[in-house]
Design a protein around this ligand. Structure first.
Ligand code: GLN
Length: 543
């Protein structure tokens, strides 16, 4: 809209896990629905340069952007809600801020000066926030500050917000998300934690403009007025964020609370009219109102930790809404699967998805599950390590290559059907050194991939070091496993298929990163459709 970029900060108080990412994405959706260009950024106050080296137990899924940045899973929400692409600039950690400052110091940029948290670290934070407004010209940059206000590690971020608020005046606004707990014994909602959290922000020099209060029960007028009075915010700037059935309800809930209106008014923009959420609402309706379901088994080694497979779960939801079916995910731990129980564990499924992963734990269970899917015409989608396991399974049980394995686990495997990519052989450092980000893939004519994508050339995102070993390609093709897609520059096999199976596909890339509400991914749609067909053929699988 050609206006001066407006900066909105979203901070969190009282406790973590209040859903800052979803609130940020929902506010962004409402502003986007009013015709503004919006992006969202996450600042994470930990020392790792990025979450790429973090165990999923620490940090859930690592989301990969088109430009190959390994980022926080909230960026996945931003892309799915807004149907935009994020980049390295959308996720900054304390580690990266310090690395940039230290690099500048070594270059001599600060010659003669003592390099300090204030102003050097805070200036670097401010620069990273404003890059999105200055270089990409968004109408709104929403910056979510990870962690909780009051944490030592968040202090430089809050200080940067304080300075920017001062410098940008009406072009800057702070939304603070807090918790209003319900004390069952007293039968009451309590505002004190919110008051304390705002006080903590005030001590750091930041007056929040809008308070979003996460709650299990509706806030009454009296309580809203009390919060407004104690926290110096306008009465209409106390916004309720009630627990929702689905994250996809939150934009509508925030619209009802007029979060977008309050924000626009405070930033001096017209709040007339409403956000156009028609397509969004239609999606939510299809997602919720279907009365048929299909069971998809998701085999992985972090099944107790659903966040580790966030984008896969969301991509299945998008595909389910698109095909008017509820996707019922059955979480199956790969470690517990063996030949003796595989039928029992997978017999009730319409489709099997084997997840990405690293390392040895649970890999034989994954291979056993894939054998069952291949032998029983069960639709199969293998992603990254899931694809690699499908190759190993086929090698061992169909192509007669008994000692087949990936060199990730058995470096001197007799048949290294999955092996380290050439350019990975000299790589020693772990951080940011995988094959990352978007690569093109040429689809083989008349393949299942062509049917599913309806295209000859696709682009998908990657995150791996190992790859199908082309020395075995001919042998595989003769035995019935073919390459459905190949990277045109490197010749790497990106998709494997079995023609003699109703729907069997292993993909080296991560299609889940590209599925959005507005653009559900064709591969997930194809997979869910295939699963529905299986379910329809076997009445005992229907609900
Ligand atoms: N560990 C495998 C590799 O590095 C697969 C990675 C993944 O599933 N993301 O190639």
């Amino acid at each position: 809209m050609g206006q001066q970029t407006k900066y909105i900060f979203v901070t969190g108080g009282v406790t973590s896990s209040l859903g800052k990412g979803i609130i940020s994405a929902s506010l962004a959706k409402l502003l986007q629905g009013r015709g503004y260009s919006v992006t969202i950024q996450k600042l994470d106050p930990y020392i790792n340069i990025d979450p790429g080296t973090l165990n999923p137990y620490e940090h859930g899924e690592c989301f990969v952007t088109e430009d190959g940045a390994e980022t926080d899973l909230d960026l996945g929400h931003y892309e799915r809600f807004l149907n935009i692409r994020t980049s390295q600039a959308n996720n900054i950690t304390t580690g990266r801020i310090y690395q940039n400052v230290i690099n500048k110091e070594r270059r001599g940029d600060y010659l003669g000066k003592t390099v300090q948290v204030i102003p050097h670290i805070t200036d670097e934070i401010k620069r990273c926030v404003q890059i999105l407004g200055n270089e990409y010209d968004y109408d709104f940059v929403i910056t979510e500050i990870g962690g909780t206000v009051g944490d030592i590690e968040s202090l430089p971020y809050v200080e940067a917000v304080r300075q920017l608020k001062w410098e940008l005046g009406r072009d800057c606004l702070v939304v603070h998300l807090t918790l209003v707990p319900f004390l069952a014994a007293a039968g009451e909602l309590k505002t004190k934690p919110t008051q304390h959290s705002v006080k903590q922000l005030l001590e750091l020099g930041v007056q929040p403009d809008v308070l979003v209060c996460r709650t299990e029960h509706h806030l009454n007028e009296e309580l809203r007025l009390k919060v407004a009075k104690f926290c110096n915010v306008a009465n209409n700037a106390v916004i309720e964020s009630i627990d929702a059935d689905s994250i996809y309800d939150v934009p509508m809930l925030m619209e009802k609370e007029e979060l977008d209106k309050v924000v626009l008014e405070k930033l001096g923009l017209s709040a007339e009219g409403k956000a156009d959420l028609d397509k969004w609402r239609a999606f939510v309706k299809r997602h919720k109102e279907t009365d048929t379901s299909v069971k998809i088994g998701l085999v992985g080694k972090y099944t107790e930790l659903k966040d580790a497979y966030k984008s896969i779960v969301e991509a299945l939801i998008h595909a389910g809404a698109e095909t008017d079916v509820h996707v019922d995910i059955k979480w199956i731990h790969s470690e517990g699967i063996h030949a003796g129980n595989v039928e029992k564990r997978l017999g009730d499924l319409g489709g099997l998805l084997v997840a990405p992963g690293f390392g040895e734990r649970g890999i034989e269970g994954k291979i056993e599950a894939i054998r069952y899917a291949r032998e029983n015409a069960l639709p199969f989608l293998g992603i990254c390590l899931g694809m690699q396991c499908a190759v190993i399974e086929f090698a061992r049980n169909v192509a007669g290559l008994k000692g087949a394995h990936t060199t990730e686990i058995v470096p001197d495997a007799e048949h290294p059907v999955i092996a380290l990519m050439d350019h990975q052989k000299t790589v020693k450092a772990k951080g940011g050194t995988m094959r990352l980000g978007a690569y093109t893939c040429e689809i083989k004519p008349s393949s299942l991939a062509e049917k599913v994508y309806g295209a000859q050339l696709i682009s998908e995102r990657h995150r791996h070091r190992f790859e199908f070993n082309n020395a075995y390609k001919e042998e595989f093709e003769k035995a019935g496993m073919t390459a459905g897609g190949i990277n045109p520059d490197s010749g790497l096999v990106e998709i494997v298929e079995i023609a003699d199976h109703p729907w069997f596909m292993g993909v080296q890339f991560h299609p889940e990163y590209k599925s959005t509400v507005a653009n559900p991914h064709p591969l997930f749609i194809g997979f869910v459709n295939a699963a529905v067909t299986v379910r329809d053929k076997s009445p005992e699988l229907s609900r």
